[in-house]
Design a binder for this molecule. Sequence first.
Ligand code: TRP
Length: 351
Amino acid sequence: MHAKNKNIILTGDRPTGKLHIGHFAGSLKRRVELQNSGAFDEVYIMIADAQALTDNADNPEKIRANVTEVALDYLACGLDPSKSTPFIQSQIPELTELAFYYMNLVTVARLQRNPTVKAEILARNFEASIPVGFFTYPISQTADITAFDATVVPVGEDQLPMIEQAREIVRSFNSIYGNTLVEPKELLPENSVCGRLPGTDGKAKMSKSLGNCIYLSDSPDEIKSKVMNMYTDPNHLRVEDKGDTKDNPVFIYLSAFADDGHFARYLPEYENLAALKAHYERGGLGDVKVKKFLNNVMNEILEPIRLRRIEWEKRLPEVYEILKKGSLKARETAAGTADRVKAALKINYFC
Ligand code: TRP
């Protein structure tokens, strides 16, 4: 039977690029807090290289290189291998095995309805040429989650349909084959702004190909130039004009990152974000001043991360050792689940 009454976290990222402040606000920060909270028996953090290959089949070098980048980003953000288990998805073949059996419980129509997959297919211009592996990744993601008996999956809002899909598969598996799998719950960011940070250009999402991301590894000069060039309210032409703070990425970033302490340290003439917003909205507050403040906030948050990253970059063999150890441990857990699943499916012939 599965691990009863345990609190287990599983979450992860596709290694298609370095991680950026959207990842930090939407999940990394929270993960580290959860890891340190002591409320969880296990915390598994997966680098989803197999999932990344589902739409990067022609570019394995890119995925391989970014496995290292993502591992460095994790460690830089405070992932502590003595409290969490970081691992590489492809090193756990049981995940592929589980996904194969779960595929029998999901219809093509159900996958086609998945709003995240729909949006991703559009964004990648796949049209009729969707790789089957990509199309079925919600099922593989269910394997990732259930292999570890995860009870809690901390994710951004865009991943909600995946958790719903996982719950459906778990329910139908358990109802057909007997109680075998654990039903997961999502854990969304507390501040809803954090779940969906736009790009510095105001586009809905940060994406490497759009060049609109602030990376955790950016230098202070890169951050400054990205912040000072950010898209704001296009109708806020003169300082005295009224400004919009709702669809304005500078204010969206401030909502995600600035606290009252930042105001006290860098912009004491405003008590808090509400006061700054009010001034911008009634007119008389220039973009440059707000951007300079945002730059100070971003630097305060990103500096310790950048410095830790630089330290880990000098210790790559240790980073690989951490990933190897994590993958071995993860495999052991997943193998236990795969045994349970195969017993439930009556395909445990030689046990
Ligand atoms: N799809 C997730 C992303 O793109 C990565 C991922 C793969 C994941 N498997 C997972 C997240 C399981 C949570 C749980 O970021």
